[in-house]
Design a protein around this ligand. Structure first.
Ligand code: PEP
Ligand code: MG
Length: 900
């Protein structure tokens, strides 16, 4: 082990050794050691068979970049010392000609970034040590094959030589010799390949392949630190909100070989099924192969267990059948790890001549169904508490479960089948290129991305696609792991499907589909279907109901829905909403038959004309509200008075203008003039919200009347008192609110008198302009409640039109000017304005009810902030309601218990 004490006073602790049942670090040190290094240390402490090694901390990554991509000099002696310690445990020595120690050099950041950074395997070989390895293993073929693998990987990763050049050289040699498979090459052939690869390096770089092992090691460590800044790692971090300054750690570990013959193997195992959550070992393996071969998806791996082999009707033996004793060791290690980490583990292992080695363990990525099942099952097993179960499920991904599935009743033309890698179904236009998928998505297309296999370069395209198909690779291939993490439906390893990238066609089952044709995939069964298939709404599992029940018991904030129609309201209730937080009344007029009187109202050029149109609208509105109140059966309903961005309602084309002109009894020319007169340069900042109500208070009066009359009618039918919440939009000052409020009060009085009843209602306001936040103390005196309209508040804080921002905001996130799209995740400046409004509003009105109803109300990170500033409720679109319920529970639990 490193004698930290010896160098402690003069240098920081940068190198952490592990192995032989001991370790300097542990699982809690993810920030410093990366996920891989931290878990290797912990596995070693648990006494599991971990090849010895050491982790260079992520602090060195920061040093490396600070020094202009140079490793600090002080690191070298620490690494040498650690390497000696590793050699002692491994019974070999780095650079020893008779007994060489070989190592792997891998990345590991605190957040999992699968396949995004670089790895070098088999390091420690040169022209001399390769002979030592041959003698030591009595296997010259293995030694030279390993050496050529090393040159190839090092050449690609460290020296920057195109990987394909090596592949091409190998293919040419095989053709020359008349070989088809790598297995046909003997020791002398691999030795010849080594010579050819070295020549290739020299030709490309004008200098020989480095024979100095320290130079090799130094180069590999620097390259792995350097890969933190490669394009795909940067893209992945953007996608997953991983800060750029975290950096990666580097783990150097003694090699064990899964490619030392038929008693050797390499594989991947999940401690539970990551698709379904079932408590069974799930994985695959390859005999006589190195770890990268499984993940790369170049050979099709075999099933791990007998049960899986039988289920998939695979003729090849399972790992359980082939190596029963090692399987038993693996099973025991899995149980130990799961119990220790109290979470599903995704484990890489290698068997070297019958002996099991654990190379990596990490928390397993899982489908949403599996996440729920595992959380609920582990609670029943006593492994975790209900609180931990609620915290264990990623709220942001919960809506995967709410994805539709294929209608089983409808006949389908199934043209191919692959592995069901990530559940859910999707239809879309076929594309074969990741960049094109991204491009088409921005143009509003829904696409399915088909690839032979995916690589990290395809991640953006996978994210843009509604679903993914690959023709190669297994359930732990890149495509499968990444799609599951993203919640994209995905079918992998569809071997019967032919993809021709040049012609951009996909052929299978006698059918050929070209780019742009519609294809449907079912990520739960692996089916690939020609054309579009009708989908069914999802039914939610008992695990979902159980977990949401726990979440509801923990959360403090209410969760309401933004719902404008009876259908929305029913859906909201089905998803467990506590009420309606925003009914946008202008949306009630998008329907057929209603837009005309709405336009009449907007276009009327005097009060009488407007009143005439409002008289037509009143019964429609009343009927809408009666329905909403009845469906919500006494749960709170916030109805917002009209807030139409006018351009959405003005007639544009000749036919629409002619129709409105006819009903208004004016000429089309006159109407056109009126439309021109009403058009605004920036309607999003125009005559909207309370401003419209200030100009035309009769609109507020009609709506208030419709609300009150509906409340009375629905109340009678339900046998209860309905207390509507009336909300005034786009207010900047108390005076605006008061003006509208007085009109509402006058209508209330009139209706009470007409109907001989006493009304119960409240009047509140949207807070969606910076001026409203600043004036919240005053406004709060007149308001019964506030609801943050963060869509407009974001727009106006940024001075950025909601309609146009999409065109260039992407550049802002790409260039790191802002971290997230502020229309999705609340911007801190907007948050600060909210905080000011809460402080001031409650300062003047202590029991002021406050909620949020902008799109951010369904975003888990924003919901956490809303808990911090003690909002009473969040309101979001119906499909986000379950997400918000879970996120609200997590928000308060995170305040109370430390997340694992
Ligand atoms: C808002 O601005 O956040 C809001 C909810 O209102 P709308 O999106 O209708 O402007
Ligand atoms: Mg608004």
């Amino acid at each position: 082990m490193t004698k930290a004490g010896k160098v402690k006073d003069i240098a920081p602790h940068w190198v952490f050794t592990f192995g032989a049942g001991r370790a300097e670090g542990d699982a809690a040190q993810r920030d410093l050691l990366g996920g891989k290094g931290a878990y290797l240390a912990e596995m070693s402490r648990l006494g599991l068979p971990v090849p010895p090694g050491f982790t260079i901390s992520s602090e060195v990554c920061a040093e490396y970049y600070k020094a202009g991509k140079k490793l600090p000099d002080a690191l070298m002696p620490m690494v040498s010392e650690a390497l000696d310690a590793v050699g002692k445990v491994a019974g070999a020595r780095f650079g020893d000609v008779d007994n060489p120690l070989l190592v792997s050099v891998r990345s590991g950041s605190r957040a999992s970034m699968p396949g995004m950074m670089d790895t070098v395997l088999n390091l420690g070989l040169n022209d001399e040590t390769v002979e030592g390895l041959a003698r030591k293993t009595s296997d010259r073929r293995f030694a030279h094959d390993t050496y050529r693998r090393f040159i190839q990987m090092y050449g690609d990763v460290v020296l920057g030589i195109d990987h394909d050049l090596f592949e091409e050289a190998l293919e040419n040699y095989k053709n020359l010799k008349g070989f088809e498979l790598d297995t046909e090459l003997k020791a002398e052939h691999w030795a010849e390949m080594v010579a050819r690869f070295k020549a290739l390096v020299e030709q490309e770089l004008d200098k020989p392949f480095p024979q100095d092992l320290r130079v090799q090691l130094w180069g590999a460590i620097a390259a792995v630190f350097g890969s933190w800044e490669n394009a795909r790692a940067i893209a992945y971090r953007r996608l997953h909100n991983i800060p750029d300054d975290w950096g990666t750690a580097v783990t150097v570990q003694a090699m064990v070989f899964g490619n030392m013959g038929d008693r050797s193997a390499t594989g991947v195992v999940f401690t539970r099924n990551p698709s379904t959550g079932a408590k069974e070992l799930f994985g695959e393996f390859l005999v006589n192969a190195q770890g990268e071969d499984v993940v790369a998806g170049l050979r099709t791996p075999q099933p791990l267990t007998e049960a899986a082999r039988r289920a998939s009707d695979d003729r090849r033996p399972s790992f359980e059948g082939l190596m029963p004793e090692t399987f038993a060791d693996l099973k025991a290690a899995c149980a130990k790890l799961e119990e220790h980490f109290r979470d599903i583990q995704d484990i890489e292992f290698t068997v070297e001549e019958g002996r099991l080695w654990m190379l990596q363990s990490r928390s397993g990525k899982r489908s949403m169904q599996a996440a729920l099942k595992i959380a609920v099952d582990m609670t029943a097993e006593g492994l975790i508490t209900e609180q931990e179960a609620v915290l264990a499920v990623d709220a942001a991904q919960l809506d995967q479960l709410l994805h539709p599935t294929l209608d089983p009743e409808v006949p389908k033309l199934v043209i191919g089948k692959g592995l069901p890698a990530s559940p859910g179904a999707a239809s879309g236009e076929l594309v074969f290129d990741a960049d094109e998928a991204v491009h088409l998505k921005t143009q509003g297309h829904t696409v399915i991305l088909a690839r032979v296999e995916t690589s990290p370069e395809d991640v953006q395209g996978m994210h843009a696609a509604a679903g993914i198909i690959t023709t190669r690779g297994g359930m732990t291939s890149h495509a499968a792991v990444v799609a599951r993490g993203m919640g994209r439906p995905c079918v992998v390893g569809a071997a019967s499907v032919q993809i021709e990238l040049e012609r951009e066609t996909l052929s299978s089952g006698g059918e050929t589909l070209s780019k742009g044709e519609i294809v449907t995939i079912d990520g739960s069964t692996g089916q690939i279907i020609k054309g579009r298939v009708p989908m069914r709404e999802p039914t939610l599992s008992t695990d979902f109901v159980t977990l949401m029940g726990w979440a509801d018991a923990f959360r403090r904030m209410k969760v309401r829905a933004n719902a404008d129609t009876p259908a929305d309201a029913r859906q909201s209730l089905a998803f467990g909403a506590d009420g309606i937080g925003l009914c946008r009344t202008e949306h009630m007029f998008f329907e057929e038959g209603r837009i005309v009187p709405m336009r009449e109202m907007i276009l009327a050029d005097n009060t009488e004309g407007r009143r005439a149109a409002l008289t037509k609208l009143l019964p429609m509105q009343r009927q809408d509200f009666v329905q909403l109140f009845k469906i919500m059966a006494g749960s709170p309903v916030t109805i917002r008075l009209l807030d139409p961005p006018l351009h959405e309602f003005l007639p544009h084309d000749g036919a629409a203008i002619a129709e409105v002109a006819r009903t208004l009894g004016v000429t089309a020319t006159r109407l056109k003039r009126r439309v021109a007169g009403l058009s605004e340069f920036n309607p999003m900042l125009g005559h909207r919200g309370s401003r419209l109500l200030v100009s035309f208070p009769e609109i507020a009066e009609m709506q208030a009347r419709a609300i009150f009359e509906a409340a009375i009618e629905a109340g009678k039918q339900l046998g209860t008192t309905i207390k509507p919440e009336i909300m005034v939009p786009l207010v900047t000052a108390k005076a605006e609110l008061d003006l509208v409020k007085d009109r509402i009060a006058a209508v209330a009085k009139a209706v009470e008198k007409e109907q001989g009843v006493k009304l119960a209602y409240s009047v509140g306001t949207m807070v969606e302009l910076p001026r409203a936040c600043i004036n919240a103390g005053e406004i709060g005196k007149s308001a019964d409640f506030f609801s943050f309209g963060t869509n407009d508040l974001t727009q106006t804080t940024f001075g950025l039109s909601r309609d146009d921002a999409g065109r260039f905001l992407g550049e802002y996130t790409e260039k790191g000017i802002i971290q997230h799209d502020p229309f999705v995740t609340l911007d801190p400046a907007v948050g600060e304005l909210m905080w000011i409004a809460v402080e001031r509003g409650r300062g003047s009105h202590p029991d002021l009810k406050i909620g949020i109803c902008g799109e951010h109300g369904g975003d888990p990170e924003t919901i956490r902030f809303c808990e911090d500033i003690r909002l009473d409720y969040v309101s979001c679109s119906p499909y986000r309601v379950p997400v918000a319920r879970l996120a609200a529970a997590q928000a308060i639990l995170k305040l109370k218990v430390k997340p694992r």
